[in-house]
Design a protein around this ligand. Structure first.
Ligand SMILES: *Cc1c(COP(=O)(O)O)cnc(C)c1O
Length: 395
């Protein structure tokens, strides 16, 4: 209970918080909790949080390094030089892109932290930030916190879920400071091509827009597919940065470690902001991050094989029941056009009510997500099997 004296002070949250779009899943959360409280067996395909454990060599490195008092103190905001070096080496091995670990790599407390802070570091009030719709929500909230204006770019299936950059109004393009992109994409699971990135770079150069490419799912790709880095394109480094994360690649969502790399001036701006807002990543986690970046590739192959098996199981079972859904080439989401004329919210609510399976309504990621739902492959294979059996029964 709030003490009486406090209750009389009428604190209100700041306007910038009031501007955030309403949380659309309140009602679904309520029903989910009600089912759980009633002892029902709810299967949650809503959250994108790996069920698999963090690989053992990474956990082992944390255990070793946490014993050393040298690692108990404040760390450098810009991260251990060894971590920045390991990131640059990984990047070169993986993408053939050279990065200066001093100026072109900045570790983050998870990529979400850097993404949400990026507009605050580079955009001014009255600037525009171009944001895909549907999208990962921090692109919008970060923009609103900076007092800048969100201009949405619809991701349509007929454009392979890449924004039609030519359709953005001239007025918005002229005022734009940042352009967010995200491939492999959450929630649509689309992968971008070299040509699509090239188109964005041309626009960014013409109008001095900073591209912020979120590559959180770059390593989660199927059928031998290897998503490219935006920084592989000529001139990319002159106009943008790329965000990466160890969360999805190595099942480290709770550890909070990621990085941004690319354009040195943009990175310096974000680094300056962070030096005033946080004091770096706990060093044992940085050492564990180095262990992840140097880990045997077989670990990642095993993870990807598990998701691919689940993807096939889910999509094949839905297909047999008459719900034709394309197999995603990357990410651990299936983005499915609804099999009925219901709204995505109504469909998800009905599946939750009747099958006790949580799905994410597409509209929760933005208006252009309407007509779709997202299913996550991050539950144990038997649970996924059970979930799809229940969904199919009531289709
Ligand atoms: C999960 C996710 C992230 C970030 O994860 P962190 O744990 O903050 O590194 C970033 N972008 C997208 C699109 C995601 O889905």
């Amino acid at each position: 209970m709030i003490p009486d004296t406090e209750a009389r002070v009428n604190f209100e949250e700041a306007t910038r918080l009031k501007q955030l779009p309403p949380y659309l899943f309140v009602e679904m959360d309520r029903v989910k909790r009600m089912h759980l409280a009633a002892g029902k067996d709810v299967i949650d395909l809503g959250i994108g949080d790996p069920d698999l454990p963090t690989p053992a060599p990474i956990v082992a490195r944390l255990k070793e390094t946490v014993e050393d008092p040298q690692n108990h103190r404040y760390s450098l905001t810009e991260g251990l030089p060894q971590l920045r070096q390991a990131i640059a080496q990984w990047y070169h091995r993986r993408f053939g892109v050279s990065l200066d670990p001093q100026t072109e790599v900045l570790p983050l407390l998870g990529s979400k932290e850097g993404i949400a802070h990026f507009p605050l570091a580079v955009a001014n009030p009255a600037d525009v930030v171009l944001v895909p719709d549907p999208c990962y929500p921090p692109y919008c909230s970060g923009t609103l916190f900076a007092g800048a204006e969100v201009v949405s770019m619809p991701l349509l299936e007929e454009n392979a879920f890449f924004p039609d950059l030519g359709a953005v109004s001239q007025k918005a393009v002229r005022r734009a400071k940042v352009l967010f992109l995200n491939y492999p994409n959450n929630p649509t699971a689309a992968v971008a091509t070299r040509e699509q990135f090239q188109e964005a770079i041309v626009l960014a150069k013409d109008y001095s827009i900073a591209i912020a490419h979120d590559a959180a799912y770059s390593e989660i790709a199927f059928d031998g597919n290897r998503p490219i880095s935006f920084l592989e394109l000529p001139d990319a480094k002159s106009v943008g940065v790329e965000f990466h994360s160890l969360s999805k690649t190595y099942q480290m969502t709770g550890w909070r470690i990621g990085w941004v790399c690319g354009n040195a001036r943009l990175i310096a701006a974000l680094s300056k902001l962070k030096a005033n807002a946080d004091s770096g990543i706990f060093q044992p986690i940085q050492w564990a991050g180095i262990a992840a970046l140097e880990a045997d590739e077989a670990i990642l192959r095993q993870t990807v094989a598990t998701y691919q098996q689940r993807r096939d199981l889910l999509v094949d079972a839905l297909g047999e029941a008459g719900w034709k859904v394309p197999k995603p080439a990357a990410s651990f989401y299936v983005w499915a056009r609804l099999p009925t004329q219901e709204s995505s919210m109504a469909f998800a609510s009905r599946i939750l009510e009747q099958a006790q399976v949580v799905l994410t309504p597409g509209v929760g990621f933005g208006p252009s997500g309407e007509g779709y739902i997202r299913m996550s492959l991050t539950v144990a294979t038997e649970r996924l099997q059970e979930a799809v059996a229940r969904i199919v029964r009531i289709l």
